[in-house]
Design a protein around this ligand. Structure first.
Ligand code: ADP
Ligand code: ADP
Length: 226
């Protein structure tokens, strides 16, 4: 169970660039919000401030109505999935998925249980001993997802996770992400510049421009407009 709320989030980079001009956004429990908008409009900055990888210049960031502005990334219970999967090349699939749990001091048998369950969910059960270079692009993307899911985060952030995949795989993974997100009910914010991806995935779409939210609504509402 998690709700996410951004209240007047501003981000000004040290060089003076204001990337976010007061973003207000509420994400309901289990909802998947897709953020679209032209390059440079602040999508990545938005995700990075929510993840805690960038500080917030002004505003409040709330998870379950608790202010999390000052929490370190590792304390936020947020998992992020990127386009460059950044798997550890020298580790097996199992070790890649187990790594964050190990760092947290999760007991060994619980790690084993969670990694095996997640692997089953993602159709990776047979691949746990492989290294990333022995996997296809789609399998690697699944491991990256698995690494996020296994932590049982309150919030998922997706930063164009499919843009490195070929068209066929992109469609397949898109459906898979949709299925998993609904099944796990993890509150999610998903950034993409692919219109079809946005339409098919979004419970609600957020259109950003120049560091502002320009429009927000269901895909039906937004695309029905002239
Ligand atoms: P998007 O993800 O929509 O392409 P970004 O969030 O990456 O947009 O960037 C928003 C604006 O902030 C852009 O003008 C970009 O040049 C600027 N920006 C991004 N990162 C930094 C940074 N580390 N320092 C200064 N300006 C940045
Ligand atoms: P780990 O592999 O344990 O995640 P890292 O050094 O990559 O180790 O990150 C430490 C913590 O910082 C992570 O547990 C995670 O919570 C947080 N973190 C790092 N990168 C991100 C990210 N891109 N998005 C969200 N949280 C992150």
């Amino acid at each position: 169970m998690a709700t996410l709320r951004l209240d007047g989030i501003r981000k000004r980079y040290p060089n003076g660039m204001t990337a976010l001009h007061g973003i207000d956004l509420s994400v309901a429990d289990g909802e998947l919000i897709v953020v679209v908008g032209p390059s440079g409009c602040g999508k990545s900055t938005l995700l990075r401030t929510v993840a805690g990888l960038e500080s917030i210049s002004d505003g409040e960031l709330m998870i379950n109505e608790q202010r999390v502005n000052a929490l370190e990334p590792a304390e936020r219970d947020i998992a992020m999935v990127f386009q460059n999967y950044a798997l550890y090349p020298h580790m097996s699939v199992f070790e890649n998925m187990a790594y964050a749990l190990k760092n947290r001091g999760t007991p060994k048998d619980e790690i084993r249980r969670r990694v095996t369950d997640t692997a089953r969910l993602l159709d990776l059960a047979e691949l746990l001993d492989r290294r990333p270079r022995q996997l296809s692009g789609g399998q690697r993307q699944r491991v990256a997802m698995g690494r996020a899911i296994v932590r049982e985060p309150q919030v998922f952030l997706f930063d164009e996770p499919l843009s490195n995949l070929d068209a066929k795989l992109r469609v397949q993974m898109r459906l898979e992400i949709r299925r998993l997100q609904k099944r796990l009910g993890i509150t999610s914010v998903y950034v993409t510049h692919d219109q079809v991806e946005a339409m098919t995935l979004a419970d609600r779409l957020v259109v950003m421009n120049g560091g502002h939210v320009e429009q927000c609504g269901t895909p039906m509402m937004l695309y029905a407009q002239p």
